[in-house]
Design a protein around this ligand. Structure first.
Ligand code: ADP
Ligand code: MG
Length: 231
């Protein structure tokens, strides 16, 4: 989905942190020197390098010079440093950029998480009712339009009454429909409240987390973040 005034993933995750929406630790860089500083602040181990452009589909994108993948898994920080060098200044073409692509001026290094399962979560304005709608699915990492087309029964929607805000029963209901139990359910409820508070208080047009993941230890983490504002 495209809206005016996008912010980058790393900026969206800074907002997430303010509203208690958990995401893996990360740091952005715009130059070789900044890559060193950014990586110095992260733990050694599996690290993602993520091109920061205003378009989705980065993981499956290809750079103008043939280098594949705008989002890369690296086993070490040294490897992440090297791949960042291939991305910075390069032009990334994805299904959403059009053939001209977008020049990568910033990369984001972030701790690579152990993924148990991927989910989809978004909050946007429902045109028909003019109310915020939470859209969630157990089919994460997939374009939501595809889920709507192929498995609409796996798309869960919650309309929020702007006068009441997000009600406890709505949170419980959605958490249940997504199949969360125990610690995961508690974490999911907290994350939903945080994301809704952020959507509401920042007056965002859309916040999208795809994928939202569970980890083997029962955590929920926002691995991707797209936040848009209207003018
Ligand atoms: P895009 O949607 O633009 O392709 P994502 O941020 O969703 O970019 O990254 C693509 C894929 O890379 C994700 O669906 C996820 O499988 C993987 N990924 C992204 N960030 C992380 C992370 N921190 N740890 C592990 N895997 C990740
Ligand atoms: Mg994504």
């Amino acid at each position: 989905m495209t809206f005016p005034m996008n912010i980058h993933e790393y900026q969206a995750k800074a907002l997430f942190a303010k509203f208690g929406v958990p995401a893996p630790q990360g740091a952005a860089a715009r130059s070789a020197a900044e890559c060193d500083t950014a990586l110095a602040g992260l733990p050694e181990g599996p690290t993602m390098v993520k091109s920061q452009i205003h378009a989705g589909g980065r993981g499956k994108g290809t750079f103008a010079d043939g280098f594949k993948g705008g989002v890369k898994f690296c086993r070490t920080k040294a490897e992440a440093r090297e791949l960042a060098g291939r991305m910075l200044g390069n032009t990334l073409v994805t299904a959403q950029t059009g053939p001209a692509g977008r020049r990568v001026q910033t990369v984001y290094f972030t701790v690579a998480s152990d993924i148990k399962k991927e989910y989809y979560l978004a909050i946007l304005l429902d045109r028909a009712t003019s109310r915020p709608v939470i859209v969630a699915s157990t089919e994460g990492g997939v374009e939501i339009e595809q889920v709507a087309r192929e498995t609409p029964e796996k798309l869960h929607k919650v309309l929020v009454d702007p006068a009441y805000g997000l009600a406890d029963f709505q949170v419980r209901n959605l958490v249940g429909r997504l199949g969360f139990n125990g610690d995961e359910a508690k974490n999911a409820a907290r994350l939903l409240r945080g994301l809704h508070a952020m959507y509401w208080e920042t007056d965002a047009a859309m916040v999208e987390v795809n994928p939202l993941i569970t980890t083997p230890t029962g955590e929920l983490l926002a691995l991707d973040a797209e936040v848009c504002f209207d003018d």
